[in-house]
Ligand binder design. Structure first.
Ligand code: NAD
Length: 353
């Protein structure tokens, strides 16, 4: 399928296909929008079945970064890159050096960080070929605690709106991916706030330990959808709200860290029909990208990060209020606001040029 006919194509500004025979690099770098600044977003390395799958993924992910970054009111655009994981053994350092050369070819229009399958050491290797990478070990560090804090504050807003409760004492929260980077910080916040916790993860031993520490209930990875809880917090995989799971949910709120929680945008309307309040994922989970900004502009310190996290909560509240007022799904409302803000920035940039 040609990229322009791909349903996920959304007038992306630039798409770079980069190959390097010597290292086995096959990468696609997508700049969705630079209307508000350089496009920032992570690099994912995955074993895609077909190159069409990789294209679709990078188109969707880069658009999602534009939406996330604009909703967090950051002075950056949105982009993302994917590397099709080479078969068998490969020289990881050489591969990421070659990936760095591909980033460099975009002249600073794209700044990469880590995503699934890519770690800080890979960014160190890419850094040898380009300065347009962040998420370095000596940088702003693990973004997960900031993501978790943003999600925790967002859960409180949703509980206020969905359950009419101003605190989390006794509120039942089911956390999927509880021992993950974001999950375990979120669990700590929720436990401290007095929530009753139901936790699932595929990492059984750390899960048992975490549950013991907080007096939480361990739940099976499939069972998590059936828990008689108030809030479901997906912090593991994408597409967990889908045709198979939606009718099993007994919660009043879905609010968690995972990216792309809805299998299709229509799932937002399905949640709304069932009276379930949904916190659009890219709004509630933007804490991590806010944290990374300190590496792009060293003037942006911890105080700035806190201010932006507060702003994020206001934005989430605005989205939920507007959704309620207009009787529309929150994900659709968020998409509309994001698109409008990007369009305004694009028009202003054009006018200034
Ligand atoms: P992670 O890999 O550290 O954590 C994911 C956890 O989910 C792991 O503990 C894993 O064992 C668990 N898991 C996997 N499959 C599962 C299943 N079927 N059922 C239950 N648990 C399962 O990743 P992370 O960095 O914590 O990110 C979690 C999610 O949040 C991802 O979707 C990620 O894209 C998103 N996110 C993360 C950040 C961040 O700052 N790390 C920022 C924004 C969004």
């Amino acid at each position: 399928m040609s990229v322009f006919e791909n349903p996920a194509f959304d007038n992306h500004e630039k798409i770079l296909y980069a190959t390097d025979e010597a290292t086995g690099l096959k990468a696609i770098l997508a700049v969705h929008s630079t209307a508000r600044g350089p496009a920032v977003g992570g690099c994912r390395m995955w074993k895609y079945d077909t190159s069409d799958d990789a294209v679709t993924d990078v188109l969707r992910l880069s658009q999602g970064m534009s939406y996330k970054n604009v909703m967090a009111d950051l002075p950056i655009g949105g982009g993302k890159s994917v590397i099709i994981r080479p078969e068998g053994d490969f020289d990881r350092v050489a591969l990421f050096e070659a990936f760095g050369r591909a980033i460099e070819a975009l002249n600073g229009n794209y700044i990469s960080a880590e995503d699934v399958g890519v770690g800080p050491d890979d960014m160190v290797a890419a850094r040898r070929s380009t300065r347009h990478v962040v998420g370095l070990p000596e940088g702003t560090g693990d973004p997960s605690p900031t993501t978790a804090k943003g999600v925790y504050l967002g859960v409180r807003i949703c509980v206020d709106r969905g359950l009419g409760k101003q605190d989390l004492k006794g509120v039942k929260v089911a956390v999927q991916g509880a021992t993950g980077h974001v999950g375990h910080y979120l669990v700590d916040h929720l436990a401290e706030a007095g929530a009753e916790l139901f936790l699932s993860d595929i990492n059984e031993q750390p899960l048992r330990e975490l549950a013991e520490r907080h007096g939480a209930t361990v739940v099976g990875t499939d069972e998590i959808y059936d828990v008689d809880a108030d809030v479901f917090a997906p912090c593991a995989l994408g597409a967990v709200i889908n045709e198979k799971t939606i009718d099993r949910l007994k919660v009043k709120v879905v609010a968690g860290a995972a990216n792309n929680q809805l299998s299709t945008p229509e799932m937002g309307a399905e949640l709304q029909k069932r009276g379930i309040l949904y916190a659009p994922d890219y709004v509630i989970n933007a804490g991590g990208i806010i944290n990374v900004m300190g590496e792009i502009d060293p003037k942006l310190d911890a105080r700035w990060v806190e201010g932006k996290l507060d702003g994020l909560q206001r934005t989430l509240a605005e989205v939920l209020d507007k959704a309620e007022r207009e009787g529309r799904p929150a994900n659709v409302v968020a998409d509309d606001i994001a698109r409008q803000r990007i369009e305004e920035a694009r028009a202003a940039k054009q006018e200034a040029a």
